[in-house]
Write a protein that binds this ligand. Structure first.
Ligand code: NAG
Ligand code: NAG
Ligand code: NAG
Ligand code: NAG
Ligand code: NAG
Ligand code: NAG
Length: 288
């Protein structure tokens, strides 16, 4: 397997190409090619100037949010700063397996990176591990189901042709079950999971998360949308992939990429089927 960093970008259909709404394709390992953070900057929506009230409001949020997010049980912060046309709305969410200090450090870095990588843009989104951040002059907080503005990547390796269908079934089942687990977590909307697979890929791991201000149904629907939208197109036969959204995100890999024991353990994907029950055996017949 070549480790040459190969990066391709593709605009997501739902996003304006001009606004840098990208699906990032990465070589394996995921972290080895295009390093996080991934930014989405909206340079067409408007810019602020150095010394402006808008900038001061971003800075106020940048100083408040690391504390606010890391002190919250779900590692989540949302809110606004300023008045009139200078209001800045923001949301930050740390991964559910993160501790308070790394959450706080990640949100601090995300504000700094956003102001550098999307310099003077009023709207910026940062996808990083273990946190995401968006700020905007638009009240995107009002609509908890608005998950527009996403980035993603897949592991460029391929599962062998002989195993691909079974792998996709196992990883798909795990991703779905982890999404359901996250949706049903009423306090954090966070889930991790694992399933045993084969000798090449002994275990598959997954993670799913929504912002904790979503209902179970909203979270499930948000995750289902991104799973159904991207899996058939980008993740079939791939041993890893991830989609970042501001409202919900998921990831699966053949190595462990989160802290702690997986919250959900599925039975091994390839374990032999249980012996058929007597009633089933009775139904056997030989075609003529
Ligand atoms: C960027 O801003 C423009 C102008 O308001 C808007 O039409 C477009 O949807 C925005 N793009 C994103 C990604 O928010
Ligand atoms: C914002 O600034 C960027 C970079 O300087 C520039 O390309 C863009 O046209 C500006 N956007 C607006 C709406 O003025
Ligand atoms: C928090 O997590 C980071 C990263 O996993 C770790 O290095 C650090 O020791 C942890 N800090 C505490 C206080 O547990
Ligand atoms: C919220 O955002 C979603 C996704 O963009 C959209 O379909 C829905 O109409 C929005 N709801 C409201 C009340 O604007
Ligand atoms: C995986 O398969 C795709 C499509 O068949 C191919 O283009 C790509 O080069 C393969 N990747 C690797 C690492 O072999
Ligand atoms: C995962 O859930 C989606 C949406 O409900 C469904 O279309 C898909 O078949 C499921 N995948 C697996 C492997 O069960």
């Amino acid at each position: 397997m070549t480790m040459v960093a190969m990066l391709r970008r593709l605009a997501l259909s739902c996003y304006l190409a001009a606004a840098l709404l990208l699906l990032v394709f990465l070589n394996a390992p995921l972290t080895g090619a295009q390093p996080l953070p991934w930014q989405l900057c909206n340079a067409t929506a408007g810019n602020y100037t150095d010394g402006s009230a808008y900038q001061a409001n971003i800075r106020a949020l940048a100083s408040a949010f690391p504390v606010k997010a890391s002190a919250s049980p779900a590692l989540f912060a949302k809110g606004a700063a300023g008045t009139g046309s200078d209001v800045v709305y923001a949301l930050a969410l740390c991964r559910g397996d993160t501790n308070a200090s790394s959450c706080s450090a990640c949100v601090t870095a995300a504000f700094r990176n956003a102001q550098q990588l999307c310099a003077f843009n009023k709207r910026a989104t940062m996808f990083d591990d273990p946190c995401i951040l968006r700020y905007s002059d638009q009240d995107f907080l009002a609509n908890v189901t608005d998950n527009r503005g996403r980035s993603g990547a897949f592991n460029a390796n391929n599962v062998s042709a002989a195993s691909a269908a079974a792998f996709d079934a196992a990883s798909g089942r795990l991703v779905n079950a982890t999404a359901d687990y996250a949706a049903e977590d009423s306090s954090r909307r966070f889930g991790t999971g694992e399933v045993g697979f084969d000798q090449t890929y002994p275990r598959i791991y997954s993670l799913a998360q929504c912002t904790p201000d979503m209902s179970a149904a909203q979270c499930r629907s948000c995750l289902r949308d991104i799973i159904v939208q991207y899996t058939p197109r980008y993740f079939l036969g791939k041993p890893g992939g991830r989609i970042f959204g501001v409202r919900c995100s998921f990831r699966f890999e053949t190595y462990s990429f989160f802290l702690g024991r997986p919250l959900l353990q599925l039975p091994d994907a390839l374990s032999p089927a249980p012996a058929p029950a007597a009633a089933t055996r009775e139904g056997k017949f030989s075609p003529a």
